[in-house]
Design a protein around this ligand. Structure first.
Ligand SMILES: [Zn+2]
Length: 178
């Protein structure tokens, strides 16, 4: 079992769509970024990559690469899912929090969870998305930006496959006795 955490922040600005969890949110301000700046999906991807020891989204999808300009972060999430599959990891669950003063996000949660479940090929009950405010404090409270945090647990298909119960030790950990 492996745990990962992700954290991301994007600045709010005029003239951009607000996209969270792949859902276009009705709001006069949007998030600034190279991609669609979906701060929720970015935090989730960083948690998944972190748990798999595969670095972060900046490593896989650099913002200097024109291929990712304006791209839907759901497409990047599909690629992260592909990477996890190649490395033999299953997602146990994801828990995420969006930190935003406005707007109210509850009406959009169901659709966000649906999008994430579909991209990652997991059930909706493996994903939880919450939203909170910081009571008007800090950059989120001043509506200068939106932050998101995520944690996830992965299980590796190769976990526990090394000589379990062998008193001579385990080849997977350099012969350490169990
Ligand atoms: Zn981001």
């Amino acid at each position: 079992m492996r745990i990962g955490t992700g954290y991301d922040v994007h600045r709010l600005t005029e003239g951009r769509d607000l996209i969270l969890g792949g859902v276009k949110i009705d709001h006069p301000l949007g998030l600034l970024g190279h991609s669609d700046a979906d701060v929720l999906l970015h935090a989730i991807m960083d948690a998944l990559l972190g748990a798999a020891a595969l670095g972060d989204i900046g490593k896989h999808f650099p913002d200097t690469d024109g291929a990712y300009a304006g791209i839907s972060s759901l497409k990047l999430l599909l690629q992260v899912n592909q990477l996890l599959e190649e490395e033999g990891y299953y997602i146990e669950n994801i828990d995420a929090t969006i930190i935003a003063q406005k707007p109210k996000l509850r009406p959009y949660m169901e659709e966000m969870i649906h999008n994430i479940a579909e991209a990652l090929e997991i059930s909706k009950n493996q994903i939880n998305v919450k939203a909170t405010t910081e009571e008007g404090l800090g950059f989120s409270g001043r509506e200068e930006g939106i932050a998101a945090q995520a944690v996830c647990i992965l299980t590796g298909v190769y976990e526990g496959s090394f000589a379990v119960g062998d008193s001579k030790g385990c080849p997977g950990c350099g012969g350490r006795e169990r």
